[in-house]
Design a protein around this ligand. Structure first.
Ligand SMILES: Nc1ncnc2c1ncn2[C@@H]1O[C@H](COP(=O)(O)OP(=O)(O)O)[C@@H](O)[C@H]1O
Ligand SMILES: [Mg+2]
Length: 254
């Protein structure tokens, strides 16, 4: 199953969610490929990898030159591989836009390896750009991490329009798996109101509280799930991994 983690807003925990759910799935014995589709390379860095030290990355897959996708895959740990990104990714967007197959470049390039993974998780950039459209055009499902504040909540509508368009025009199999309510502050009335609103409209797969523990492992290339396996963020992400494995996404968080 290919899942895009998308939201045109930055700082809503797309990268954190991709990383942690990926590690949780790998720990449960699933073969996982993470794809960093953001020129800020946050996912790459979070995995403890220096973006510029990797010889072949996502750019080799998306640019016009024919490259072997397998050469761009790096093994991180057991069951967990990654295709990394670098800052140069931003500059190939123009080239992508000029191509006839522009929305399906990633989909086509991943074709030879799709069957080799149980899950391919794509960390999208914070724009509704050609890169995000490429992720949505090859995904089976999309997960939308969203902060529990009003503007983030309203931002989902815009993303939904893009998802609907991609589904109608390019990728009919695309389904919305659900949202993750992130950076939740349970003491804030606003956060609670937004969370209630979110649950009434969208399928909320899980809620991650705002906790300092979220950032601790990053310097060592560790996810929260590895660094503090029993904290509430880890439990929420591991629970979402279980939902993906069982195929039952209907939210249990009520
Ligand atoms: N549950 C959490 N509690 C506290 N900080 C978090 C939590 N989840 C993510 N963060 C932090 O919030 C920031 C933005 O998260 P990130 O995953 O990079 O968002 P995005 O990919 O959407 O831009 C990062 O510094 C990350 O470490
Ligand atoms: Mg990110």
């Amino acid at each position: 199953m290919i899942i895009a983690f998308a939201n045109q807003k930055g700082g809503v925990a797309k990268t954190t969610s991709t990383h942690n759910i990926g590690v949780a799935l790998a720990q449960k014995g699933k073969k996982v490929l993470l794809i960093d589709l953001d020129s800020q390379a946050s996912l790459t860095i979070s995995l403890g990898i220096e973006p510029l030290e990797v010889e072949n990355n996502i750019i080799d897959i998306l640019d016009k030159k024919k490259s072997d996708v397998r050469k761009c895959i790096l093994n991180v740990k057991e069951n967990l591989d990654v295709i990394t990104s670098t800052i140069d990714l931003a500059s190939i967007e123009m080239e992508m836009l000029s191509r006839a197959s522009r929305e399906k470049i990633l989909d086509r390039e991943l074709e030879p390896i799709k069957e080799e993974y149980d899950y391919i998780l794509i960390d999208c950039p914070p724009q509704l750009s050609i890169l995000t459209v490429n992720a949505l055009s090859c995904a089976d499902g999309v997960i939308i991490p969203t902060k529990t504040d009003y503007l983030s909540y309203r931002g989902i509508e815009l993303l939904m329009d893009t998802i609907t368009e991609v589904k109608e025009l390019i990728n009919p199999k695309l389904e919305i798996v659900g949202t993750i309510a992130t950076l939740y502050n349970m003491r804030s009335k606003d956060d609670n109101d937004i969370l209630d609103g979110m649950k009434s409209v969208y399928n909320v797969l899980g809620v991650t509280k705002m906790l300092v523990g979220a950032k601790k492992g990053i310097y060592d290339g560790l996810s929260v799930v590895e660094n503090e396996p029993n904290n509430e963020i880890s439990i929420a992400y591991k629970n979402i991994a279980d939902m993906l494995i069982s195929g039952k996404y209907e939210s249990e968080v009520k």
